[in-house]
Design a binder for this molecule. Structure first.
Ligand code: SF4
Ligand code: SF4
Length: 236
């Protein structure tokens, strides 16, 4: 486990916050958190918002600024911002400022707060998953402001009941179970033919002028259905 991942796991275990808990932090906009970064992962919603902000198509934005890979542990298709130069600067940092401030990725916007989904332990339970928050010691800023988690999210326009965050996590869990199963039955060539449309449907098949969430739901449903079909053809 790398150092950053250890910090996150430690924060999840020891620094949990509720939406009404407050924390001290004020960002001085020094830009240091935008260098030495190889871990700015983008969700389909981040891509959608940033491409709209930069007035690029999704493909143009991905080609110019991103890298695609398959998570070695998660087996999930991942898109991250492609770091540039020896200091691994985020490609969206321009003149020491975030060039997509209003649409910055959720993980950048909510820092130093992190969030995870807690699914019910009993898989058959009808309880809905809940979002848990945690505080990561930022080691930056000037601590001159105090705010609640709720106020912090509000200031970036991110809802506490973030349906997309919950639906993405649920989709990831179901997708990973199916893809791991598919990898048992399909050889490398067949899997390569699976990954290309998976990336396309999950990250590219959106009309930037339409509402995001219904499009994501449709794409997620189609991907799970497609994988189930592939599995049923190959396990008969
Ligand atoms: S979050 Fe911290 S490191 Fe990043 S710009 Fe703000 S003060 Fe600087
Ligand atoms: S997207 Fe913006 S805030 Fe996030 S690392 Fe890049 S420049 Fe910094």
């Amino acid at each position: 486990m790398d150092t950053r991942m250890e910090e996150i796991v430690n924060a999840i275990e020891h620094n949990k916050l509720t939406a009404d808990d407050s924390f001290r932090f004020h960002c001085t906009q020094c830009g240091k958190c935008c260098i030495n970064r190889e871990d700015i992962l983008l969700t389909p919603l981040d891509l959608f918002r940033i491409a709209n902000e930069l007035k690029l198509s999704l493909k143009e934005f991905i080609d110019q600024y991103c890298e695609l890979y398959i998570g070695s542990d998660s087996h999930f298709p991942i898109i991250r911002l492609k770091p540039s130069g020896s200091i691994k600067r985020c490609p969206l940092l321009k003149n020491h400022r975030c060039s997509v401030h209003k649409a910055k990725p959720a993980m950048c916007a909510i820092f130093p707060i992190g969030r995870v989904i807690a699914f019910p332990e009993d898989e058959t339970s009808s309880e809905a998953p809940v979002i848990e928050y945690f505080y990561m010691n930022p080691g930056c800023g000037d601590n001159t402001k105090t705010q609640t988690v709720c106020e912090w999210f509000d200031s970036f326009g991110i809802p506490l009941d973030d349906n997309f965050f919950i639906e993405l996590a649920t989709f990831q869990m179901n997708f990973i179970a199916l893809i791991r199963n598919a990898e048992r039955f399909l050889d490398e060539t067949a899997m390569r033919q699976v990954w290309s449309p998976v990336f396309g449907i999950l990250y590219l098949c959106y009309d930037l002028e339409k509402e995001f969430l219904p499009q994501f739901r449709e794409n997620a449903k189609n991907l799970l259905y497609g994988l189930q079909m592939i599995l049923s053809h190959n396990t008969k």
